[in-house]
Ligand binder design. Structure first.
Ligand SMILES: Cc1ncc(C[n+]2csc(CCOP(=O)(O)OP(=O)(O)O)c2C)c(N)n1
Ligand code: SF4
Ligand SMILES: [Mg+2]
Length: 223
């Protein structure tokens, strides 16, 4: 695994989420049944990161692809790893209907508040006032809260939560709950506030401070 870390930028949050996912699957002895669907964006860099099977999809289309996978192979444990842009912009329509239909998959949203892979442009989650290449004078909109919006459409038994990469215990706990929800036949989504020092243009200390600042805006916990 270690040599694959090189694909992500130094200090990226994705490897933490992936390591916690791997630990959880190991604990539940589910690595062999797991399939990790990857959206376009920095999620795709995870294609050979873990000792589990992966599946590459188009931008915003990882949730419907993994729904299809789950229907065809219902003994598999299906994950859709997607960025905030993929989940809440181009893929929002299919995500809403996956949640509404209570599709038994687990969506993991890495929320770094920007379009990371393409250079840090404004995403639906970008904070008001945040400077990006497409909002050089500061974003004028309030950020979109994805799991809160999905609360309005989910069925009983579904699981929605938000945590952060610097809350590894909670991250592992929520991933386990999400997997158990999928095994019980329901939809689950865990949003993970994630570091993107390359596009945030932050050093180590400022990266942690920025992530902690996000926790004041995006509530952590089971939603
Ligand atoms: C249909 C389509 N539109 C646009 C793109 C260009 N594109 C690739 S990655 C990306 C942004 C990804 O941002 P996000 O989903 O937040 O993931 P991150 O890289 O931040 O993890 C975009 C717009 C694309 N690949 N396909
Ligand atoms: S651009 Fe950001 S999200 Fe993508 S690998 Fe680099 S630090 Fe991670
Ligand atoms: Mg992003």
């Amino acid at each position: 695994m270690a040599e694959n870390l090189a694909k992500f930028c130094a200090g990226c949050g994705y490897p933490i989420t992936l390591m916690m996912l791997n630990k959880t699957l190991e604990k539940l002895d589910l690595q062999k049944r797991a399939v990790l669907g990857l959206d376009i964006g920095c999620a795709l860099l995870a294609w050979n990161f873990l000792p589990i099977n992966t599946f590459q999809t188009h931008h915003g289309r990882v949730a419907p692809t993994m729904m299809g996978f789950k229907r065809a192979r219902n003994n598999s444990i299906c994950f859709a790893l997607v960025g905030d842009g993929g989940a809440y912009a181009i893929g929002l329509q299919s995500l809403i209907h996956a949640a509404k239909r209570d599709e038994p998959i687990t969506v993991i949203v890495a929320n770094n508040t920007v379009y990371g892979m393409t250079g840090g442009q404004t995403a639906p989650t970008t904070l008001c006032g945040q400077v990006t290449p497409t909002s050089p004078k500061g974003n004028i909109e309030e950020p979109f809260h994805g799991p809160e919006m999905l609360k309005g459409v989910i069925k009983d038994g579904a699981f929605l939560a938000r945590t952060a990469v610097n809350e590894p215990k909670q991250l592992q706990e929520f991933l386990q709950k999400a997997i158990e929800t999928q095994q019980a036949g329901h939809f689950s989504l865990v949003e993970v506030l994630s570091f993107c020092p390359t596009n945030w243009k932050t050093n180590g200390v400022d990266t942690i401070n920025k992530l902690n600042g996000l926790k004041d805006i995006f509530e952590l916990g089971i939603l």
